[in-house]
Design a protein. Structure first.
Length: 276
């Protein structure tokens, strides 16, 4: 690291030795503006209502609320939020990011037992003065959330931490995920392969391949995030730290015959003895 107060080496010399520019050393990243944060809040809420809207319709929604953001700006904000419309897209090119690819293994496969399939995804969580990203790992059969983590960047490390945490509670036969860089990096894949877990990967733009966790995001945001209106990352940690035990252990699911995810995932265990 460069020491601006080094007694012998100037900043110029240190930059030269480290082969970085002086402008790079002095650069301070600028966070999103208040208007961008407000637009992101509105886009997030609109997406929960109409996840099939593309960039142009999202832009028109903002215009209807009195904002003048253009398509280019809305596309940039949606990209930062990790939001993509749910609809079939043309395959515009065969090329793509250089990562290992895996087939989608779950088409037509009945989900019949706990730990048959796990999946993961990342979503945007708004704060009053910024935003963070939430990753969660869920069992498809029980809808049980096995692990979750927050991060203020899209670095893969928080996803790897969540995966290792989830594997302390069991091991799936198949792990399904999208082609995001966080999940296709070698650090993430090596944990799965080291456990002998089959890897299933969604097709690009095929959000319905991971529909269970997409439904989870809708539930979490309407029942906790929007109501919590978090001010800080610590507030988000606290709020979600209370919500996920409620979701797993108390919230009844119609699709589970009005049982809780915990009752399905850990039959015979009482609420107080569930794995943390």
């Amino acid at each position: 690291m460069i020491d601006a107060d080094h007694p012998q080496l100037s900043v110029v010399r240190q930059c030269a030795l480290l082969e970085i520019s002086r402008s790079g050393f002095y650069y301070a990243p600028v966070g999103p503006s208040q208007e961008d944060l407000e637009l992101m809040r509105l886009l997030d809420e609109q997406y929960m209502r109409t996840p099939f809207y593309g960039v142009r319709k999202m832009t028109k929604c903002l215009h209807g609320l009195g904002y003048t953001a253009d398509v280019k700006r809305v596309r940039r904000l949606l990209r930062e939020m990790g939001i993509e419309a749910i609809y079939p897209k043309p395959r515009l090119s065969l090329g793509g990011p250089e990562h290992r690819k895996f087939p989608y293994l779950l088409r037509g496969v009945p989900i019949e037992r706990v730990n048959q399939v796990w999946s993961t995804d990342i979503t945007y969580i708004r704060l009053r003065q910024g935003f963070v990203y939430l990753v969660a790992i869920m069992d498809w059969y029980s809808r049980y959330v096995l692990a979750w983590r927050l991060s203020n960047t899209l670095d893969a490390s928080f996803c790897v931490e969540a995966l290792k945490d989830a594997l302390r509670r069991g091991c799936p036969e198949i792990f399904n995920m999208d082609q995001g860089a966080q999940f296709t990096c070698e650090d993430f894949l090596s944990v799965l392969e080291g456990g002998g877990i089959q890897i299933s990967m969604d097709g690009r733009g095929r959000v319905f391949d991971n529909i269970f966790i997409e439904r989870l995001w809708r539930t979490v945001k309407y029942e906790e995030v929007y109501l919590g209106d978090y001010e800080t990352v610590a507030n988000a940690e606290d709020g979600l730290g209370r919500y996920f035990p409620f979701y797993n252990g108390e919230r009844l699911h119609q699709s589970l015959d009005y049982r809780t995810p915990a009752a399905v995932h850990w039959p015979g265990l009482s609420q107080g003895t569930l794995p943390c």
